[in-house]
Design a protein around this ligand. Structure first.
Ligand code: PLP
Length: 371
C-alpha cells in the first residue's frame, strides 16, 4: 500500500509495527533455520523463541508454559472448541453469543452436528451481553464451556469479562475468551481475569500474518488439533515459524496503552464530528464501554457500501463489516443482531491513533450525503 493511502481498517489487519518493520529490514532473511535443529543455527533460534515467549507471557501476565504458538486466532479457537478438546474436558454444552466472530460461530455450527448443545446469551441494543441471562443459562446447564469475545471486532464493545468469568466459575463452567481485538486496544492482565483459555492473533497488532497464540491456564487440559512432531510440546506440531514468532513478540513489545484514556476522549470527539455531518448518522453501540479505536457509523438512509467504495477510490480505507466475509456482500451479522434488523447500513472505521489528518474523510462524507 502506498503512503498516500489513509488506512482506517486496523480491526481487519494492521500494518507492521515499527520493530517488526525494522526486523524485516535487518535479520529476517538470515533467520531461516529450523528452531528444532540440533546445530548452532537451530539452538540460536530456539533460544530466542524462549525469550520471545517469556516477553509475551510477561506482557499478558501469565506463565510461559500456558502459551502455545498457532497459525492465528482461527486455529486457536478451533483447537479450544475442537471435538477432542471438548471431550477431554467433559464438555457437552457451549454457551456463546450471536455476535461472535465467524471463527467461533461456524465452529459452533459444526459442533451442533455432533450433538453438542449450543446456547446463546441475549444481548441488548448496545451490543452488551445480558449477564443475568448467562447466569440463568448456566444454572440450567451442566458440563459447560462459555466462549465469548473480550472485545467485539465490529463494534469495539468490551465485554465484562471479569464478571463473565466469576459467574461461570460459580456455575463450574470453563471460559474461553476470543481476545483478538482486546490485545493492544485495552489494558488487561490475563491471570487476573482468570479465564481458562484465550485466543490471540498477531496480525491485528502489526506482526506477520499466520501467527497467533493459544492460552490454556492448565495446559494438561488442552487436546491438540493437529498430530505430528513434538514442537510446542506436542500441543501444536509443525515446524516453528521463527520469523513470525519474532514478529509477534516485537509487535507485542510495541504496544503502547499509556494514554488510553486520552485516546477514548479523542474517539468521542471524532464521533461527535461524524454525527454533525448528517442527522441520519448515528454511532452503533455509542453508550456501551468500547475500545478507543473502533467506530461503527450507521449512515441511515445512505448506502454504506457506496460510501465505503467512494472513500476507497479516494485513498481512504474503511470497511462495511468484518473482512472475513471476503467478497461477500452479506450485511454484518453482528449489527443485524444488535439492531434486530436485516437492513444494515454501517461503516466501520478502526484506527491506530487520532493523530492523522481526517479532513479528506470528513469532506468526502459531507459531499456525498449533503448534496
Ligand atoms: N476473532 C476475532 C475477534 C477477529 O477479529 C479475528 C480476525 O478477523 C479472528 C478471530 C480470526 O483471527 P485470524 O485472522 O488470526 O485467524
Amino acid at each position: 500500500m502506498n503512503n498516500e493511502k489513509i488506512y482506517l481498517d486496523y480491526n481487519s489487519t494492521a500494518p507492521y509495527s515499527p520493530s517488526v518493520e525494522s526486523y524485516v529490514r535487518t535479520d529476517f532473511l538470515i533467520d531461516f533455520a529450523n528452531p528444532s535443529s540440533e546445530h548452532d543455527a537451530g539452538f540460536e533460534l530456539s533460544g530466542r523463541i524462549k525469550e520471545h515467549r517469556k516477553n509475551i507471557a510477561n506482557f499478558l501476565g501469565v506463565s510461559t508454559k500456558s502459551l502455545i504458538f498457532t497459525s492465528g486466532a482461527t486455529e486457536s479457537i478451533n483447537t479450544i472448541l475442537s471435538l477432542d478438546n471438548l471431550k477431554l474436558n467433559n464438555i457437552d454444552t457451549i454457551i456463546s453469543s450471536r455476535m461472535e466472530h465467524h471463527a467461533t460461530l461456524h465452529q459452533l455450527g459444526y459442533l451442533s452436528k455432533f450433538g453438542f448443545h449450543i446456547k446463546f446469551v441475549k444481548n441488548n441494543e448496545q451490543g452488551e451481553l445480558d449477564l443475568d441471562d448467562l447466569e440463568n443459562i448456566l444454572k440450567l446447564s451442566q458440563n459447560s464451556l462459555v466462549s465469548l469475545l473480550y472485545v467485539n471486532n465490529e463494534t469495539g464493545v468490551i465485554n465484562d469479562v471479569k464478571n463473565i468469568v466469576r459467574i461461570s466459575k460459580q456455575n463450574k463452567a470453563l471460559v474461553h475468551l476470543d481476545a483478538v481485538q482486546a490485545l493492544g486496544k485495552t489494558p488487561f492482565d490475563l491471570e487476573d481475569i482468570d479465564c481458562d483459555y484465550a485466543s490471540f492473533s498477531g496480525h491485528k497488532i502489526g506482526s506477520f500474518k499466520g501467527i497467533g497464540l493459544l492460552y490454556s491456564k492448565n495446559i494438561s487440559k488442552l487436546a491438540p488439533l493437529l498430530h505430528g512432531g513434538a514442537q510446542e510440546r506436542g500441543y501444536r506440531p509443525g515446524t516453528l515459524n521463527y520469523p513470525a514468532i519474532a514478529s509477534l513478540a516485537l509487535a507485542v513489545k510495541d504496544i503502547d496503552l499509556l494514554n488510553v484514556e486520552l485516546l477514548i476522549t479523542q474517539r468521542k470527539k471524532f464521533e461527535e464530528d461524524l454525527l454533525r455531518i448528517h442527522s441520519e448518522f448515528s454511532i452503533n453501540c455509542q453508550n456501551a464501554k468500547r475500545v478507543y479505536n473502533t467506530i461503527n457509523l450507521n449512515v441511515g438512509k445512505f448506502d454504506a457500501r457506496a460510501l465505503m467504495l467512494k472513500l476507497s477510490r479516494n485513498n481512504i480505507m474503511v470497511s462495511t463489516g468484518s473482512a472475513c466475509n471476503g467478497s461477500s456482500q452479506e450485511p454484518s451479522h453482528v449489527i443485524q443482531e444488535i439492531k434486530k434488523s436485516d437492513h444494515i447500513n454501517s461503516i466501520r472505521i478502526s484506527v491506530k491513533s487520532f493523530e492523522l489528518d481526517f479532513s479528506t474523510l470528513f469532506d468526502l462524507l459531507k459531499s456525498e450525503v449533503c448534496n
